[in-house]
Design a protein around this ligand. Structure first.
Ligand SMILES: Nc1nc2c(c(=O)[nH]1)N[C@@H](CN(C=O)c1ccc(C(=O)N[C@@H](CCC(=O)O)C(=O)O)cc1)CN2
Length: 281
């Protein structure tokens, strides 16, 4: 039976570390990191995540602001709001909660955030820094996965890592971060032979948003399995992209859903905001 990777507990530890550093920053330099979160429309999940981000920000000692706009806001007006936050000296980190309404070009909005304030790590400059192996702000979810691996003593160096999913916000940066730690990385997508690729993985990270796509008997015995998926079933239950029970029989360690990767996303956002405030990337 696999070790359960307790993302909730590890995320609490990351937030506590940030809190200590924020207290020191206030005492030594009188600097209080500020996080501005932009939310557009009434997506219920976004509302919950943004509330969680504000709560975490306040707990670690940041200033935080939520800028909520009606779903009918024009792209130009939203761009102007982001530029205003770019110019605000008390704001060190800006994030625009996704998804945005269809009439807004999310890529354009993201590229308008000042790279130094891009605490989501989604800006093309941040993505370029990552792909070139330069310092920079990293996307929170894959950064959280790297911390989970570290916490369970899994060093990617020399291991075969398989990432299922090639999104710009999880799959691609995840693969690059594992590569940077000297894993041999395969990225899978809808044309891949999943059972064959998954069977090779010492480290398996799945981020596709398809409930229980990865079957337990595909998994290499002893693999570390990280499930980024979060899928709401008809009965309201949340399941991941991996068939958890069967996978637990073969993996050496596995993240649950909920309580695995999800809480790490918000914890790493706190770390990124601290880095943005101190210029410490
Ligand atoms: N601008 C961004 N938008 C979105 C991001 C992001 O990183 N930046 N990621 C997701 C949503 N997200 C944070 O924004 C997020 C998702 C899930 C969780 C989480 O803790 N999930 C819990 C379960 C919650 C539930 O019961 O519904 C868990 O996995 O235990 C935190 C943050 C998309 N948008």
């Amino acid at each position: 039976m696999a070790q359960l990777i307790d993302g909730k507990a590890i995320a609490a530890r990351v937030r506590a570390e940030v809190q200590v550093e924020v207290a020191r920053l206030k005492a030594d330099r009188g600097l209080i990191p500020g996080l501005a979160v932009v939310r557009v429309g009434e997506d219920p999940a976004s509302k919950i995540y943004v509330t969680g981000k504000k709560k975490a920000a306040e707990e670690v000692g940041f200033r935080s602001w939520e800028h909520h706009f009606d779903a009918s806001i024009s792209q130009d007006e939203l761009l102007a709001q982001v530029r205003r936050l770019n110019d605000a000296s008390a704001v060190h980190g800006i994030l625009v909660q996704l998804p945005l309404p269809k009439h807004i070009d999310a890529e354009l909005i993201i590229s308008t955030v000042k790279p130094e304030k891009d605490v989501d790590g989604f800006h093309p400059i941040s993505a370029g820094n990552l792909s070139l192996g330069r310092p920079g702000l990293r996307p929170c979810t894959p950064a959280g996965v790297m911390r989970l691996l570290e916490e369970v003593g899994c060093n990617p160096s020399g291991k075969r890592a398989v990432v299922v999913g090639r999104s710009n916000i999880v799959g691609k940066p995840m693969a690059l971060m594992l590569l940077q730690k000297d894993a041999t990385v395969t990225i899978c997508h809808r044309k891949s032979d999943l059972p064959r690729e998954v069977a090779q993985a010492d480290i398996l990270v799945v981020a596709v948003g398809v409930p229980e796509l990865i079957q337990g008997d595909w998994i290499k015995p002893g693999a570390v399995v990280i499930d980024v998926g979060m899928n709401r079933k008809a009965d309201g239950k949340l399941v991941g992209d991996v068939a958890f029970q069967a996978a637990s029989q073969r993996a050496s360690a596995i993240t649950p859903v909920p309580g695995g990767v999800g809480p790490m996303t918000i914890a790493m956002l706190m770390r990124n905001t601290l880095l943005a405030a101190t210029g410490g990337v």
